[in-house]
Design a protein around this ligand. Sequence first.
Ligand code: SAH
Length: 351
Amino acid sequence: MENKSLGIVGPPYSGQLPAAARLLLLTSGKRVSQVVHLVAELDIASRLADGPRTAAELAEDTGSHTESLARVLRAATAIELLKELPDGTFALTPLSEMLRGDNPDNVRDIVLFNGGELVGAALAGAMHTVRTGEPAFEHVFGVPFFEYLQTDQESGALFDRAMEHMSRVTARGLTDKIRPERFSLMVDVGGGRGHFLGALLRRTPLTQGVLFDLPGVGPEAERTLAELGVAGRAKFVAGDFFQEVPSGGDAYVLKAVLHNWDDEAALKILSRIGEAMTAGEHSRLFIVEQVIGPSNQWDHAKLLDLDMMIRFGGRERDLWEWRGLIEKAGFELVDTPSTGAWSVLECRRAS
Ligand code: SAH
């Protein structure tokens, strides 16, 4: 299934190779992602923005060991991340263009987060999850993921930036579907730094917004709302969505939030929203998530589901599971959402 927003068509390595060779290629995935991560971490793409350079020049710039870096760069040419020219210099390719700091669509922060210590160590502990059903993250780091992020500012900021990039890439089609001009007060619950709420409010001059998230996100969120020019109509409110969410909204947004949680916790969040939402017939809850497609086909959501399981004890859900959860919380779907990429599940109070 195609993820249109990021162009992921997968599955990777599905060429005409014999079965054993394909299998061994799949087990090389960690090395491949480590090459991408090293190139991103050393910001090689930005350093090549003005033209091709040698490994020695790049090593000097990045404080690296020349021969070792040259071998990483050569490996990067094997996966079309870089291109080696006849004079021995290295140049950008369409893939590494997406790591350039000056490319507004770059996905560098997502790459850094995905290939970083937090995700890596949790994935390495996956067997714990398989044996016990508990999130490996907590087993490895001693505290739940979001609690950890509140204490490790650097990782917290990287996670927020990665989510922000994701939001920016996916925002366009999603705001079309939501049509924010229908609403007077939109509350983005677990809204992160506010890029999505900002995108919604920028489409319509009259709608007001509330961005609700944990206190640690506040300063960055306020800066983002100001940068997007919506600070006059949107405020940040800190709190815990298991306790209470800001009331009086005629639209609530939960984007990439419920997949972090198991059904019991997700139901609690949905119930808090049910209590807070205005009674009007036009009031809506928008759940922006992936909807898992049928078995036996490529679907990025099936991998994201493992991240959710290992990191949070959360899950991606298929349409049947979404319906069950939404109906238990006293809402109903307005229409049938699409599968295979980020999707908008538009809900109203059940009649
Ligand atoms: N909606 C944003 C962020 C999704 S990540 C986006 O799509 O980019 C999930 C968000 O839930 C994070 O910003 C995290 O800080 C927030 N969150 C986690 N636990 C929370 C809680 N108990 N109360 C409020 N927000 C919480």
